[in-house]
Design a protein around this ligand. Structure first.
Ligand code: PA5
Length: 434
C-alpha cells in the first residue's frame, strides 16, 4: 500500500476525542463541507482557494517563471515586501523547503523579507545585507493600501531609483496585487513594472499558493509546479470525501471537541527549525479566521526541544487549558547523522551510534507521554517530508480544516473585521500629528 502523505493520530487526546463524539459531530461537519462545496457558507465570495490547485495554471507558471528569471538574471538579492497573508506563506514556504539558512547556503538569488514591521533597525539590516549586491523588489499587497508594506516599499524603491535611475529601477520591480485596481496596481501600470495578480476571491491568509508565495519560491529555486501538485493531491484527497475518514474533518472536529473540554489554547509543536515560520503561517490562518468571538481557540506555536527548557514547565504543571498539535516530519535531510561515535563519548554510552533523528523521536514520545500525564492532550500530524509537494499538501490541508473549523463555530472564516480597529486608531494618531 502506498504510504500516505499525511496522517493524524488522536490517541493522546482520548477520551476527550473518541469515535462516539466524532460521530455526533458528523452532521455538522457534513453541513459545513456542503456549504463550502455549494458556495453558500459565510464569506462565500472568498472561496477561490478551494479549487485553485486543480485549475489550469500553465500560463500562471509561465508568467511566474518569466518574472523569476528576469529577477535572477539581474539581481543577487530579492527584497520581498508584504505583511500578514502577503508575507507569511511566502517566507514560511521558503524556509520549509529550503531551510532557515537558505540565504547563506544558496548560490541562487537571496530572498529577504521586509514590510512586515515598522522597525527601522530591521530595514537597516536589510540595507546592510544588500550591500553592493544588485537587487530587485517584489512588493505584495492585495489591497495596495496597507501601511507597513507601503512605507517599506517607498523606502526600498527610493534606494533602487537612486542606485539605478528611474528607468532601470522600474525593470527591477515586480508588484503582486489586484488585477484591476488599487494604488499599487495603478503605480505598477504607470511605471510598467512586472505584474502578478492576487485573485479577487482569495483572501490574504489563503493566498500562499498564488503568485504571493509562488514568485519568491520560484526565485529561490523551489519547484512551484510540485507545490501546486501537492495542493492538488490534497484537494483530491479531502474535497470530495464527505466522511469521517477525511483528515480535515477529523482535525476540525478534534479542535472543536478539545475546545468544548476547556482546552482554549492550541500550540502547534514542531521539532524542526525550518517549520517554525510555517507555524506562524498556521497561527495567522486560524487566529484571523476564527478569532471573532470569545469562545474560540487561541493558536500559538512551540519549537521543541528548546521550549521544553522554558514553557515546558508551564505545560507540565500550569493551567490545563492547552492542547498540542505536533507536526512531525517522517523524513528529514540529515536523518542519517550519528550523534556520537566510540571515540567522542564516555558519558552517554547508550547513545553511541544512534542518529539525531532517533533521539528526536524518543524525545517526542517522552514529551507527549509526560504532557499527557500533566493534562495536555496531543494530536499528532505526520507529514512525509519537507518537499515542495508536501508543502502544498499541508497548506491545503490546513486551509480546508480551518474553514471547516470556523464554520463549526458559526464564524465567517474569510473576513477580518477586527484588524481595522488598530488601523483606524493608528491613522487618527498619524494624521493628528501632521
Ligand atoms: O489575511 C489577510 O487578509 C491579511 O492578513 C492581509 O493579507 C494583510 O492585512 C495584508 O493585506 P494586503 O495584501 O492588502 O496588503
Amino acid at each position: 500500500m502506498m504510504k500516505k502523505t499525511l496522517t493524524l493520530n488522536t490517541n493522546d487526546a482520548h477520551p476527550l476525542i473518541n469515535d462516539q463524539k466524532l460521530s455526533a459531530l458528523e452532521p455538522r461537519l457534513r453541513a459545513a463541507h456542503q456549504s463550502l462545496l455549494e458556495g453558500t457558507c459565510a464569506g462565500s465570495d472568498f472561496l477561490g482557494w478551494l479549487r485553485w490547485a486543480s485549475q489550469d495554471h500553465r500560463q500562471l507558471i509561465r508568467n511566474i517563471r518569466e518574472a523569476a528569471d528576469k529577477i535572477r538574471a539581474q539581481a543577487q538579492v530579492l527584497v520581498v515586501i508584504g505583511i500578514g497573508g502577503s508575507h507569511l506563506g511566502g517566507q514560511a514556504g521558503l524556509e520549509f523547503v529550503q531551510g532557515v539558512h537558505y540565504n547563506e547556503l544558496t548560490s541562487n538569488t537571496k530572498v529577504y523579507f521586509a514590510g512586515h514591521n515598522l522597525s527601522a533597525s530591521s530595514w537597516r539590516e536589510i540595507i546592510e545585507l544588500i550591500g553592493s549586491q544588485d537587487f530587485a523588489i517584489n512588493v505584495i499587497s492585495k489591497s495596495g493600501t496597507t501601511l507597513e508594506p507601503a512605507l517599506a516599499f517607498g523606502f526600498f524603491e527610493n534606494i533602487l531609483v537612486n542606485r539605478y535611475g528611474r528607468t532601470q529601477a522600474d525593470r527591477r520591480i515586480c508588484a503582486t496585487t489586484d488585477a484591476n485596481s488599487g494604488l499599487l496596481h495603478d503605480q505598477a501600470v504607470a511605471h510598467n513594472w512586472m505584474r502578478l495578480v492576487v485573485p479577487d476571491d482569495i483572501g490574504g491568509r489563503y493566498s500562499a499558493l498564488t503568485s504571493v508565495g509562488l514568485l519568491p519560491w520560484a526565485v529561490a529555486g523551489i519547484d512551484i509546479e510540485a507545490a501546486l501538485a501537492g495542493a492538488q493531491k490534497a484537494q483530491a484527497d479531502f474535497l470530495s470525501d464527505l466522511s469521517l475518514n477525511n483528515l480535515t474533518w477529523r482535525y476540525a472536529a478534534a479542535r472543536y471537541l478539545l475546545l468544548q473540554a476547556g482546552k482554549n489554547i492550541e500550540a502547534l509543536v514542531t521539532y524542526e527549525p525550518r517549520a517554525r515560520l510555517f507555524g506562524r503561517w498556521w497561527q495567522q490562518l486560524f487566529g484571523e479566521s476564527e478569532g471573532k468571538c470569545e469562545r474560540v481557540i487561541f493558536p500559538t506555536t512551540l519549537e521543541l526541544t528548546q521550549d521544553l527548557h522554558s514553557l515546558g514547565q508551564y505545560l507540565q504543571q500550569g493551567q490545563k487549558f492547552i492542547f498540542e498539535t505536533t507536526l512531525y516530519f517522517d523524513h528529514n535531510p540529515g536523518d542519517e547523522l550519528i550523534c556520537l561515535d566510540q571515540e567522542s563519548s564516555q558519558a552517554w554510552p547508550f547513545l553511541i551510534g544512534k542518529t539525531v533523528d532517533f533521539v528526536q523521536n524518543q524525545a517526542r514520545a517522552a514529551t507527549q507521554k509526560a504532557h499527557l500525564a500533566g493534562g495536555v492532550p496531543n494530536l499528532q500530524l505526520t507529514i512525509s517530508d519537507h518537499s515542495a509537494t508536501s508543502l502544498g499538501y499541508l497548506l491545503y490541508f490546513f486551509e480546508l480544516s480551518c474553514a471547516l473549523s470556523a464554520l463549526l463555530l458559526d464564524v465567517n472564516p474569510f473576513d477580518q473585521p477586527g484588524v481595522q480597529a488598530y488601523k483606524t486608531e493608528m491613522m487618527n494618531l498619524l494624521q493628528s500629528s501632521h
